[in-house]
Ligand binder design. Structure first.
Ligand SMILES: NC(=O)c1ccc[n+]([C@@H]2O[C@H](COP(=O)([O-])OP(=O)(O)OC[C@H]3O[C@@H](n4cnc5c(N)ncnc54)[C@H](OP(=O)(O)O)[C@@H]3O)[C@@H](O)[C@H]2O)c1
Length: 345
């Protein structure tokens, strides 16, 4: 086991997506003197507010304003991926790499980044995990997204074990299990609740318990994980964090409280989890991507049957990471009042 070392120069890859900006925001506003670099593909028109290195001056389409000028942005020369040569070059001098990669990049692209981290002397790679507890034998099987994440962890374990001694440093990996992103899911209707049209679909009466985390809490967890005085603690292991362990019925109650409505104001439909899982399996078998959503959310609402309530069964690191306590009712209210924007610049 290596000795503690400061992780100051941080590179983020995938920072322009759904999750990345929240981690970037947490690192950028953290009191630690992080030096932040974003790697982005040249097909993306990422800019800083004063950047001349950007392809053009169009602000990032996902963010209300461009990234702050203190953040270095490096575009890859290839339009849609990163070559090993590019990665090895730009990752020299970087202490930690945080990956929030899109589904399409979780396989070979992620493995290539892990390889480049070793060659460049990076000390920590935080893998693009950020979801269900796929280590639980109860977790739903046959979801390509989960398989790619599990494979990336296995690959990182192998690379870390086999890396040469003494060359620039020794790489370790981290993977953070978060469950569904609560605010993101509520906003996008993935909790089964359509607030605008007052329609709710409860699976098995909405009784299954599952653990979820907000985007802000995930951002805080990464900043904290990278600044642990003994930073070997979260190395080469999964870290479990959460905002709360909840049920669909509990979310519905919180939404009703936040909107001042009663059940009678809503159209309530009840569906079976197993029917949704079966639908998901059938769609996935014929290559329909929507099957993945059915399987992920079916197993989430299926609760303990699929290990989705990891907050009840795993060691949660919130306290060690100094994470704030969050409450379903207040977060729900904030989401519905627009106080939890999906990108927070
Ligand atoms: N638990 C949940 O509820 C939940 C929800 C959503 C996502 N997630 C997880 O969070 C992680 C990030 O997801 P996300 O939704 O933030 O991703 P995303 O928005 O789909 O994509 C993130 C970034 O990945 C980069 N990217 C896209 N295609 C790529 C490719 N072929 N090669 C290299 N980079 C590529 C892009 O950055 P550039 O254009 O800047 O290169 C993109 O902005 C994933 O592990 C995902 O499974 C979990």
């Amino acid at each position: 086991m290596s000795t503690p070392y400061p992780l100051t120069n941080i590179a983020l890859i995938g920072a322009t997506g759904n999750l990345g900006p929240h981690i970037l925001h947490a690192l950028h506003t953290h009191p630690s003197p992080f030096q932040l670099t974003i790697l982005t593909r040249s097909s993306t028109t990422t800019t800083t507010s004063s950047s001349s290195s950007s392809k053009n001056n169009t602000p990032l389409p996902y963010a209300p304003t461009p990234f702050p000028p203190s953040i270095k942005i490096i575009h890859s020369p290839s339009a849609d991926h990163y070559t090993s040569q590019f990665l090895e070059e730009v990752l020299k001098g970087i202490d930690a790499v945080v990956l929030t990669l899109a589904a399409a990049a979780l396989g070979e692209q992620q493995k290539g980044i892990i390889d480049a981290c070793v060659k460049a002397g990076v000390r920590r790679v935080v893998l693009s995990e950020w979801g269900s507890d796929t280590t639980n034998p109860l977790a739903v099987r046959g979801v390509a997204l989960f398989d790619a994440k599990a494979e990336a962890v296995e690959y990182a374990k192998k690379v870390v074990a086999e890396q040469p001694e003494g060359e620039g440093g020794r790489l370790s990996w981290s993977a953070v299990v978060t469950g569904p992103f609560y605010d993101w899911c509520l906003k996008l209707g993935f909790c089964g609740i359509d607030v605008k049209n007052k329609k709710v679909t409860l699976y098995d009466e909405g009784k299954g318990e599952f653990t979820a985390t907000t985007l802000t809490q995930i951002g805080r967890s990464v900043a904290s994980l990278l600044t642990q005085p003994n930073n070997t603690k979260f190395a080469n292991t999964y870290t479990y964090i959460s905002s709360f362990t909840i049920t669909q019925a509990g979310i519905f109650a919180a939404v009703k409280a936040a909107t001042g409505t009663e059940t009678t104001d809503w159209t309530v439909e009840n569906k079976s989890i197993e029917a949704r899982m079966q639908e998901g399996r059938e769609k996935a078998a014929r290559g329909d991507i929507h099957g993945t959503y059915d399987l992920i959310f079916g197993s989430t609402f299926g609760g303990s049957k699929y290990g989705s309530d990891y907050g009840n069964r795993r060691e949660i690191s919130n306290k060690e990471l100094g994470l704030e306590e969050e409450h379903l009712e207040s977060v729900t209210r904030e989401v519905l009042e627009g106080k939890r924007p999906l990108v927070e610049w």
